[in-house]
Design a protein around this ligand. Structure first.
Ligand code: SF4
Ligand code: SF4
Length: 238
């Protein structure tokens, strides 16, 4: 690893050349909004909330999947970026039926938090209102694809941390949705160990513990951070 120096929001920042802009900014105490990013699992740049500007290019770049380079000049909080982030959140809200008042994650939802931060008070595009069926076949957990933002955190955490690879994304475009095994009911899954990591990682109310009532679904993200760190350091004590 070679050390590089770059500028983020007018601050000189040092990072390793294999670091992403998101990590370099985070280490420097500069917050960039994210939804699909989850510490300890691979980044895929799915949600596009972490878009940043890089001097010399008219394009926007996902901070979670763009590596730092020497002399790079990055801006994370411009009027253009704020406009894009607000629109991205509105598009996510319009794509499914996100009705917070009847959602188990109301008050504990990262999508809701990002929407509030971005100042989303209404959605300027038409709602698509697709009809997805809930899967309550698992003995402990439930899945409501109507709350899903296709961030694939569940897919990655189940594959990379639990090693079960129960989840995948099925379908194309607007019909894309998360599936367990080969689109069989979650309760019939031969691979699921019922560890609950996917439920913990899910940023919305799309995956939940059965019996959770509206506004009750508080997810203990530190549990996953513990597992990820423990696997790296081979230490299993809290
Ligand atoms: S409960 Fe664990 S094994 Fe089952 S789908 Fe979720 S992360 Fe994978
Ligand atoms: S179920 Fe949750 S974690 Fe999985 S893709 Fe949908 S929103 Fe993301």
């Amino acid at each position: 690893m070679i050390a590089v120096t770059l500028t983020i929001d007018d601050r000189l920042v040092s990072a390793g050349d294999d670091d992403t802009i998101l990590h370099a900014a985070h280490d420097a105490g500069i917050a960039i909004p994210t939804l699909c990013h989850f510490e300890g699992i691979a980044d895929i740049g799915a949600c596009r909330l972490c878009l940043v500007e890089i001097e010399g290019s008219p394009k926007l770049f996902a901070a979670c999947t763009t590596r730092v380079t020497e002399g790079m000049v990055v801006r994370t909080d411009t009027e253009r970026l704020r406009r894009h982030r607000k629109l991205m959140i509105e598009l996510m809200l319009s794509e499914r039926n996100h009705v917070c008042s009847v959602c188990v994650a109301n008050g504990h939802c990262e999508l809701q938090d990002r929407a509030i931060q971005a100042g989303v008070d209404h959605v300027r595009v038409e709602y698509l209102y697709p009809k997805f069926t809930m899967d309550l076949s698992h003995k402990r957990y439930g899945a409501d694809p109507n709350r899903c933002i296709l961030c694939a955190r569940c897919v990655r955490v189940c594959d990379e941390v639990e090693g079960a690879h129960t989840w995948d994304i099925g379908g194309r475009g607007i019909a894309s949705h998360v599936v367990t095994d080969l689109s069989a009911p979650w309760g019939d899954s031969a691979t699921c160990t019922a560890c609950g990591k996917c439920v913990t990682a899910c940023p919305t109310g799309a995956l939940f513990s059965q019996g959770a009532t509206v506004g009750e679904l508080e997810k203990d993200r530190s549990r996953l951070a513990f597992v990820v760190t423990a696997r790296k350091t081979r230490e299993w004590v809290r």
